[in-house]
Design a binder for this molecule. Structure first.
Ligand code: M6R
Length: 595
């Protein structure tokens, strides 16, 4: 989590701070505890940093006003040490000769710090990161250059990191490296860039190099050189990102989340273009006896929908495992198992750990939104969802794009033309579901009082209920639980009363009657029921307190792709009612690069 950027401009007379500030602002979704910039000018490292959101800190420090034509910057999501000015990056050694920004966790920092203190180093922060500039300085004092001091440093530190460093003893360059945390290098017209994620630099560079673990990248004003661990120059492939800078802007919307909710029809439409690629992957994979999904959070809910589809429509036994719990299931994998990793970012540490294990025994497939991310580089097969950059921390358009890929995969695997035809109608259904915004806004005002919610779904829409509850929890801070509608009576029904709204996801289909009985159960215990159901369902309108209507042609099999939209909108508008920022939920970051 945390975000890092760096830039060195070709023109010595240009100032880098406004560019660094612009780039790092684009990564605020990765961390918003604090921000800091370091530039080099006139034999000195200049630093401005503090805790707080970017705009607050900028108001105080005027971050774009710093001298120099190269530098580094950081946004923090605290792991070691409170959010505070001292704990903010960049961190320096005691002589201010080396400045470092870091994304990741140094697991053995305490023992390193102890040893460095014994050797006379003086520390100012509680962070794990601060050992890095001290180690680099120590090796530079021993006579190593910046590159080799970093090389020696990464021999000592354990954990996950993307690091960028500048030094007064070797000016006019930025040196960077990574292991298990993302890092991309951008080749632009005006200069060279590094970043944790592409939205940071889209405006300046779309030709990208992806450094691998342990490679050292040296950026100076003449270009970028990458060295492997034996100091050999590596000829890296340059890949061009097809996202535009505008795609990572709010484009007139109040928040990224609502912009991204509105982009869902197009995200599905664009992802449907992957049909031929998916067919090719299916052909290459060949026989599969079992499928195992591995994912976290929203991507886990997409996977769970995949299980319902694969088992009921393709007859393939399917498991869904939380990536952080994967190691307990790893020894059940074999070469006939396809392990599917679903991830928006492609950088989730829990998923990456599991992927490395799965690669040893099984065929692996990544369903990923971010091109060039670690999962796309490590999985044996890749389906690229076409949602465009997602900036809001709460996943929305990437979720429907993940679902679209899964539906396509299942439809092609089971030769289900009817399902393929239905999928082509989904963009229109989603667009139509967005017409009810005023009604959802008004409902949100009324439901905003609650401290707890239940979300119920059955069959294909049980994962939809889980996702609805997650969206509510993460941005409104209201406690919510998603439940299989039939399971409520086995315990949680005891909690139901007039203070707990129950959101019932009830599309037309085989499960309708049973779910309706569950709705009546909670209604008769006094719950307020908000239902999402078919527009022609008169008995639902008679029974529920409020009904959000979805096109009656959306049956239960494709319902997960459409019924989730009003659930996202409810969470969004309740968040606004409460006065919170839906794009930056507290304690959360977009990309979770720690285990
Ligand atoms: O990037 P990933 O899809 O691997 O991320 C997994 C979860 O961290 C993520 O889905 C998270 O639950 C969402 N931000 C929730 O909206």
């Amino acid at each position: 989590m945390c975000g890092i950027v760096g830039c060195i401009l070709k023109d010595n007379n240009e100032e880098v701070a406004p560019i660094l500030f612009d780039c790092i602002s684009k990564l605020e979704y990765r961390g918003y505890d604090s921000i800091g910039l370091a530039t080099y000018f006139n034999d000195k490292i200049h630093i401005k940093k503090d805790k707080g959101k970017i705009l607050e800190v900028d108001k105080k420090l005027n971050l774009a006003d710093m001298p120099g034509n190269f530098g580094i910057a950081h946004v923090r999501w605290a792991t070691h040490g409170d959010p505070s000015k001292l704990n903010s990056h960049p961190h320096v050694d005691e002589n201010n000769t080396v400045a470092v920004v870091h994304n990741g966790i140094i697991e053995n920092y305490l023992e390193i710090k102890k040893q460095l203190i014994k050797e006379g180093h003086v520390f100012k922060s509680d962070t794990d990161t601060e050992v890095i500039p001290h180690l680099i300085q120590k090796y530079m004092d021993e006579g190593f250059d910046l590159e080799h001091s970093i090389r020696k440093t990464i021999e000592v530190i354990h954990g996950a990191y993307a690091i960028a460093a500048v030094s007064v003893n070797e000016p006019d360059k930025i040196v960077a490296t990574r292991k298990d945390s993302p890092l991309i290098i951008g080749l632009g017209n005006e200069g060279y860039y590094l970043a944790s994620d592409s939205p940071a630099i889209l405006k300046y560079a779309r030709d990208i190099i992806y450094p691998e673990k342990g490679e050292i990248v040296i950026l100076d004003k003449t270009g970028v050189v990458v060295h492997d661990e034996f100091d050999n120059v590596v000829n890296k492939e340059i890949e061009t990102i097809n996202w535009t800078p505008e795609m990572a802007e709010k484009e007139g919307y109040d928040h990224f989340m609502i912009k991204e909710i509105n982009e869902q029809a197009i995200a599905v439409k664009n992802t449907l273009t992957q049909k031929d690629n998916i067919q090719q992957i299916i052909d290459e994979i060949g026989d599969i006896k079992r499928i195992c999904f591995v994912a976290c959070g929203t991507s886990y809910h997409a996977s769970l929908t995949g299980k319902y589809l694969l088992e009921s429509l393709a007859g393939i036994p399917t498991d869904v495992i939380l990536a952080s719990e994967f190691k307990y299931s790893a020894n059940t994998l074999d070469e006939d198992t396809l392990v599917i990793f679903i991830s928006q970012s492609g950088e989730t540490a829990d998923s990456l750990k599991a992927l490395d294990v799965a690669n040893e025994t099984s065929k692996t497939l990544g369903i990923v939104n971010v091109a060039g991310s670690s999962i796309t580089r490590r999985a044996k097969y890749v389906i690229q969802t076409q949602a465009g950059p997602e900036i809001g921390v709460a996943a929305t358009k990437t979720y429907v794009a993940q679902l679209t890929s899964i539906y396509l995969f299942v439809a092609l695997l089971s030769n289900n033309q009817e399902l393929l035809d239905e999928l082509n109608k989904v963009p229109d259904y989603i667009a139509e579901s967005l017409n009810d915004v005023e009604y959802i806004k008004s409902i949100s005002k009324r439901y905003n009082f609650a401290r707890d919610f239940f979300y119920l779904g059955r069959g294909y829409t049980y994962p939809t209920a889980l996702e609805g509850a997650l969206k509510l929890k993460e941005i409104t801070y209201i406690h919510a639980e998603g439940y299989a509608a039939g399971e409520l009576k086995h315990g949680p029904l005891a909690l139901i009363d007039k203070n707990i709204p129950v959101v019932v996801v009830i599309p037309p289909g085989d499960n309708y009657r049973k779910t309706m009985s569950n709705l009546e159960e909670v209604k008769s215990r006094g719950a307020i029921v908000l239902a999402v159901g078919s527009s022609d369902d008169e008995s639902l309108k008679a029974k529920a307190n409020d009904v959000i209507a979805i096109n009656s042609n959306v049956g239960e099999i494709i319902a997960p792709l459409v019924y989730v939209v009003p659930l996202q909108l409810i969470s969004y508008y309740i968040t606004l009612e409460k006065g919170y920022d839906p794009d930056k939920p507290k304690n959360l970051a977009k990309c979770v690069t720690v285990e």
